[in-house]
Design a protein around this ligand. Structure first.
Ligand code: GNR
Ligand code: NI
Length: 173
């Protein structure tokens, strides 16, 4: 088990479209385990391959926040949204690749998604509210898109400048 390093925006890898997963082997299983460990360590509710520099269509999530509820670690490979609700849901989003920056984003309140699990079986499920937001946020990462891309240009630019400064500071020490 290894906690991987999370890339900070701006980074060209966070703007690229990730490649479909083709090999369901032990390396992929290890990647899934590492990504879950990295997500829980951060801590976050989701993590996509490109955020650790792995340009493959895989993400992990667990949107259970309460300590009293059983965790639900999920690994979703080659995911697709097959349906979105008309109804929208606004959530104050954050991203592990854009630390300490939060903004309201409107997205469909419910989605149906299909994906392949680590055993190579195709799965499908309907997700709502925070889970639906997370699925869409993570699939955006696989398509080179960040939540700040939904914000007004000025706000996006402000956040990007802060992240450039943060990265310069992190590089110094
Ligand atoms: O941990 C995370 N929290 C979060 C909150 C609102 C909407 C989306 C997210 S995902 C984020 C982790 C992350 O950056 N995943 O890519
Ligand atoms: Ni993110």
């Amino acid at each position: 088990m290894t906690v991987r390093k999370i890339l900070i925006h701006p980074d060209p890898r966070l703007k690229k479209v990730a490649e479909p997963v083709t090999d369901f082997d032990d390396d992929l299983r290890q990647l899934g385990v590492d990504m879950l460990e990295t997500m829980y360590d951060a801590p976050g509710i989701g993590l996509a391959g490109p955020q650790i520099g792995v340009m493959k269509r895989i993400f992990v999530m667990d949107c259970i926040k309460s300590e009293d509820e059983k965790p639900r670690p999920m690994v979703l490979i080659n995911p697709k949204v097959t349906w979105t609700s008309e109804e929208m849901f606004t959530y104050e989003e954050g991203c592990l690749s854009i630390p300490d920056q939060y903004a309201d984003v409107d997205r469909p309140a419910a989605v149906k998604a299909e994906w392949t699990d680590l055993d190579g079986h195709r799965q499908s499920e309907r997700f709502e509210e925070l889970w639906a937001t997370c699925v869409q946020h993570e699939i955006d990462h696989l398509d080179g898109k960040l939540f700040i891309d939904y914000l007004k240009p000025l706000k996006r630019q402000m956040i990007t400048r802060k992240m450039q400064k943060l990265k310069r500071e992190l590089a110094r020490d």
